[in-house]
Design a protein. Structure first.
Length: 231
C-alpha cells in the first residue's frame, strides 16, 4: 500500500482569479468597485484593500460584512449575481492567461495532476473559460471554505487520503492563501498579478517557495526550482 501511495501523481492546485485567468482579479476588483459606487461613494483604494481579503476569505460572508458595514446590504444579492455573471468589464473580457493550455498539456504529460482551487461553480459564468481544459472532477469543492485557513488544506488532503502534503503545490496570487497552504505542509508558488502589491506580499516571504509572473515561468519553476514537484 505504501508503495502504491508513493507512486501517486503529485498535484498542483491552480487558483482561477489571478492565476489561470491573470486578468480576472483586477477586472473583478474593478467590477466590485463599480458595484459599490452604484449605491455609495467608496474610494478605489478602499475597495482594493477589502477585495484582497474577500478573494481569500469566504466570499459571500466577506461581501455581506462589507455591504452591511457600508449600509448597502439590500443591494448585496444583486451585486453578487452581477459578479457571478461577469465575463467582461469596460470592454475587456476575462481571459485565460497566455500559455495556460500549453502549460497544462506539458504538466499532464509529465504525470502531474492539475486541479482548479476556486469557489466557482457551474453557475459562475467565467468558469466556462475552462470548458474542455478541466473536467468537473478537476475542481476542488471549496464551497464557502476559507483559502486563508490551513484547515481547508488539511481537510482536502484528508478527504483525498493523502498523508504527504509535500506532494501538493498551491499556485495562487494571494499571499494569505499561500501562508495557509504552507502551514498545512504544501509547497507554494506566488503568481504575481496586478492586485497584490510588493508591500502586500513582503510579510509573507517565508511562506512562498517560488514566484512566477507567467505560465512559461511557472513551467520553469516546476522543472528547475527547489520548490518544484518531481515529474
Amino acid at each position: 500500500m505504501d508503495r502504491d501511495r508513493d507512486s501517486r501523481a503529485h498535484t498542483v492546485l491552480l487558483d482561477f482569479d489571478g492565476v489561470l485567468s491573470l486578468n480576472a482579479s483586477s477586472l473583478l476588483l474593478k467590477a466590485l468597485h463599480e458595484g459599490i459606487n452604484r449605491h455609495t461613494d467608496l474610494p478605489y483604494e478602499a475597495t482594493a484593500s477589502q477585495f484582497k481579503a474577500i478573494s481569500t476569505f469566504p466570499q459571500r460572508e466577506s461581501l455581506h460584512m462589507l455591504f452591511t458595514g457600508l449600509g448597502i446590504e439590500r443591494h448585496l444579492a444583486a451585486e453578487i449575481a452581477a459578479l457571478r455573471s461577469l465575463t467582461a468589464v469596460g470592454g475587456t473580457a476575462l481571459a485565460l492567461g497566455e500559455g495556460v493550455r500549453e502549460f497544462c498539456a506539458e504538466q499532464r504529460a509529465h504525470g502531474l495532476r492539475l486541479r482548479v482551487f476556486s469557489t466557482m461553480d457551474r453557475a459562475t459564468a467565467r468558469r466556462a473559460l475552462l470548458d474542455g481544459l478541466f473536467d468537473d472532477q478537476d475542481f476542488v469543492p471549496l464551497d464557502h471554505a476559507s483559502k486563508a485557513d490551513p484547515a481547508t488544506y488539511t481537510g482536502l488532503l484528508a478527504a483525498e487520503g493523502e498523508s504527504h502534503p509535500e506532494r501538493w503545490l498551491l499556485v495562487d496570487d494571494s499571499p494569505l492563501a499561500l501562508r495557509a497552504a504552507k502551514i498545512a505542509g504544501l509547497r507554494t508558488v506566488l503568481m504575481r498579478g496586478e492586485v497584490f502589491t510588493d508591500a502586500d506580499v513582503a510579510p509573507f516571504g517565508s511562506y512562498i517557495d517560488a514566484r512566477a509572473t507567467s505560465f512559461a515561468q511557472l513551467g520553469d519553476v516546476l522543472r528547475t526550482d527547489g520548490a518544484a514537484l518531481p515529474a
